[in-house]
Design a binder for this molecule. Structure first.
Ligand code: GLN
Length: 493
């Protein structure tokens, strides 16, 4: 990878040995963004204060050498989390000029540890989508094949790490928005247990499913970042008081003796044969390292997409009702009456997919239909949860594909919302059950497109998931996408 450092550990070593200054490290990444991002479109905003902050950190470092590993570490943030001093647009016209009044809790914790925010990354508008094509600010390209989507909704954060425009980034995952783009871009993406990480300062999409998590090049870095941002802050009452160090303790060790469940429902029709072949290779690695595989059943998982598009849209319709162009958000200048003003703000401010979700959710919650749709969906959600609970009496982890296919081409699914929704068929169940899940790179397809292996665990088992991911990562190795190689003049980083 880059000449400076590849992992948090190598950064800390270089920083503490003064092999480079924090300013040099930050300039290195800003330079890569400048050189590559016009072709990729991962960033919506580059932080104009990044160099100043790096200098301040360098000055303090000279006086006081003992610091968090994140001291001086450059990181990219999805544009639905608040960073003071930068806009939070959610890639929507509605929030194009919105500036937050405070930092998200995760950002606050990063800054307190000394991290440097490089900028804000592109996403599907309000995190609704699977390709980042729903951004009102333009598309983001997959660095492995720039004619293909990076996945979504956290496409910018995935590309930033994949193309080494940032060593680490944060995304959010409501139905797969970290894991699916991680799979498409050949990086690791982790969605923590619901209640592990505070959502304070994350713009709400579906509050009972949203969770913030890392993109990284290795399991160790994902672990460190998750530990740093985890735990209660008193501003999100759904965060549970779990000791983040439990993840560190569970991370150590091998997969020897681990039982990994294979749900037959996830490996059937609709799974691309090249993805299936790659995952078979991954399974062999874990087997060779001493894991035991066992078939399991998760029969209700097949209703996951249906359940998700009722629950998530219902919550979205309610969460997005606040964008009325009065308190904040886009205001249409062409309105004659108050009602006009509300209507025009929403008509002009929201893109088509967001409107579709609001309509679906409003319908699902409307009088007379609520029991038929919303409550029914909640009942099936309980079944999905119970089936996972039962499975975790027999197995330590569940192994599944992250996505049915590798990255698709631009436009391929844009006109068919259902086809787009089906991209999340394997990721959605973990959100509905509140479980931690990750996608880690498996072997690429013959044409060189990344494939993701998904692991789902019982609540609070992030450490175990990352342990299994590290075993696979040692066998697969991190691969550099062609576009990043180009930027170094053909030299393999
Ligand atoms: N692709 C899914 C959707 O469009 C999931 C998005 C997400 O996780 N934020 O809703």
């Amino acid at each position: 990878m880059s000449g400076l450092f590849t992992t948090l550990e190598s950064f800390v070593k270089g920083r503490d040995e003064r092999a480079f200054s924090i300013e040099e490290a930050v300039r290195h990444y800003l330079g890569r963004i400048e050189g590559l991002d016009s072709g990729l479109g991962a960033f919506l905003t580059v932080n104009p204060n990044a160099i100043n902050r790096a200098r301040q950190l360098d000055n303090r470092l000279a006086r006081n050498p003992a610091h968090s590993p994140f001291y001086g570490y450059p990181i990219a943030i999805k544009d639905n989390m608040h960073v003071l001093g930068l806009p939070t647009t959610c890639a929507s016209r509605m929030l194009a000029n919105f500036r937050p009044l405070e930092n998200a809790t995760v950002v606050e914790r990063l800054l307190k540890a000394g991290a440097v925010i490089l900028g804000k990354t592109n996403m599907d508008e309000f995190a609704m989508g699977s390709s980042t094509e729903n951004s009102a600010m333009g598309i983001t390209r997959n660095p492995w094949d720039t004619e293909r989507v990076p996945g979504g909704s956290s496409g910018g954060s995935a590309v930033a790490v994949s193309a080494d425009l940032a060593p680490l980034s944060l995304g959010s995952d409501t139905g797969g928005s970290i894991r699916q783009p991680a799979a498409f871009c050949g990086v690791l993406g982790l969605k923590p247990t619901y209640g592990r990480v505070s959502r304070y300062g994350l713009v709400a999409f579906s509050s009972s499913l949203d969770q913030i998590g890392p993109f990284s090049r290795c399991a160790q870095d994902a672990l460190e970042l998750t530990v740093l941002v985890s735990g209660p802050d008193g501003r999100d009452m759904t965060v549970r008081d779990r000791d983040p160090q439990e993840m560190v303790r569970e991370f150590d060790g091998s997969v020897r003796g681990m039982t990994i469940g294979i749900p037959e429902e996830f490996f059937g029709d609709g799974l691309d044969p090249e993805v299936a072949a790659s995952l078979e290779q991954a399974r062999e690695v874990w087997s060779a390292e001493g894991a035991v595989f066992k078939p399991i059943r998760l029969p209700s998982a097949r209703f996951g997409v249906n359940v998700y598009y009722l629950i998530a849209t219902s919550e979205a319709a309610s969460n997005l009702s606040r964008y009325d162009g009065v308190r904040y958000g886009y205001r249409s200048l062409s309105s004659q009456t108050l009602k006009d003003m509300y209507q025009n703000a929403r008509r002009e401010g929201f893109g088509p997919e967001v409107k579709r979700r609001i309509l679906l959710g409003t319908f699902a919650l409307s009088a007379g239909y609520q029991d038929q749709y919303y409550r029914k969906a909640q009942q099936v959600q309980s079944l999905i949860r119970e089936e996972f609970d039962r499975a975790f009496h027999e197995v330590d982890l569940v192994f599944a594909p992250t996505t049915p296919t590798p990255a698709f081409r631009f436009g391929e699914k844009l006109s068919d919302p259902l086809a787009m929704y089906l991209s999340d068929i394997y990721t959605i169940s973990a959100n509905l059950a509140g479980l931690p899940a990750l996608s880690t790179p498996s072997w690429p397809t013959r044409s060189g497109l990344p494939v993701g292996a998904q692991l789902i665990g019982p609540s609070w088992s992030e450490g175990r998931l990352l342990r299994a991911a590290r075993v696979l990562e040692e066998a697969v190795g991190f691969r550099t996408p062609p576009i990043a190689v180009q930027a170094t003049g053909g030299k393999t980083l």
